[in-house]
Design a protein around this ligand. Sequence first.
Ligand code: GLV
Length: 318
Amino acid sequence: MQRHIAVTSKLPGRAVAMLEEAHAVRVHAGDPITDEDRLIGFVGEADAVLTLLQNPVTDRVLAACPRLRVVGNCAVGFDNVDLVSARRRGIWVTNTPDVLTEATADLTWALILAVTRRLGEGERLLRGGGFHGWALEMLLGSAIQGRQLGVVGFGRIGRAVARRAAAFGMTVAYTDTAELTAPDPPAMFLTLDELLATSHVVSLHAPLDDATRHLLDERRLRLMPKGSFVVNTARGPLIDEAALVRVLADRHLGGAGLDVFEREPEVHPGLLERDDVVLLPHIGSATVETRAAMAELAAANILAVLAGREPPTPVVRP
Ligand code: GLV
C-alpha cells in the first residue's frame, strides 16, 4: 500500500528514486530544517521521515506527527532523535552504520596528520605570500611514529582508525564502556584517564549521550601530556569547547583537529583564531560514494519498515 514519506533534504544517489518506486515522496528543498516547528510542519501526516542529523526529532515532534512509523536517520549518530519517546510511541528509528566507517576513519587520519604536521598553518602561510624558500626549521611538526594513539570508543569507526595506526608506526590504546576479550585490531585497554595521560594523540569515536557530553572536560584535557593532540570526528559536545580553548591557550596541548563542534554550525571564536587548531566543516563521511550509500541505506530502512519487514540497521525496534 502506498504511504507518504517526507524527506527533509535533497539526497545523493538513488535514494529518492527507491522510495518513489512504491510511495508518495515529498522532498524538502530549502534551508536545512533545524527547528521543531518547521520539522512538524514539513512531516505533518507522513508515515515515514528520512532525516538528517541537524533535524531535531524530539518528543514534541514525534507527538505532533501521529502517523509516523519510522524515522530513517541518514547518519550513524542518532543524538538528534529522542529514542525513548520513539520507543514509547512505537516508532522505528534507523541509522546508517558501516557504509561510512572507512571514509570517516580516513578523515580522522587526515586530521591527525594535519594537526601534528601543521598543514593548515602551512597552507595559510603559502597562500599569504609567506613562503620564501625551504628552511630547515620552518613549520616543524611533531613525530607520531612509536607513539601511542588513544582511541576513545572502540566501535566500528574507532577500530578502523586503530587499524590505520600500524601504517604510521603508532601503538594503540583504547577505552570503551567495557574491555573487549579479543579487540580487533589488537590494542591495549586503558581507563579513560589512563589513556589520556599516556597518549600522544587522542581520537574520539564515542556516541553523544548523557554519559559522554563533555567527556573531555578541563580536568581530563589537562591529564593529557604536554604537547599532545586531540582529534574529534564524532560529536562536538564530547569536548567542553571553552575548556579546550583555555587548555590550548596555556600551550598545554600541541593542538586539536576538529570536524565537529559543540554548537554547529557555530565554532567557538577562541578556536577560529588559533593556528594550532585544524577545523573542518563536519565532513567525516563526505565522499560521493559514502553519502550516496548512506542515503540509500536510510531509504532501504524506511522501505523495509513500511513493507512490514525488519529494517537492515535498526536503532529502536518498537
Ligand atoms: C555524521 O556525523 C554521522 O553521524 O553520520
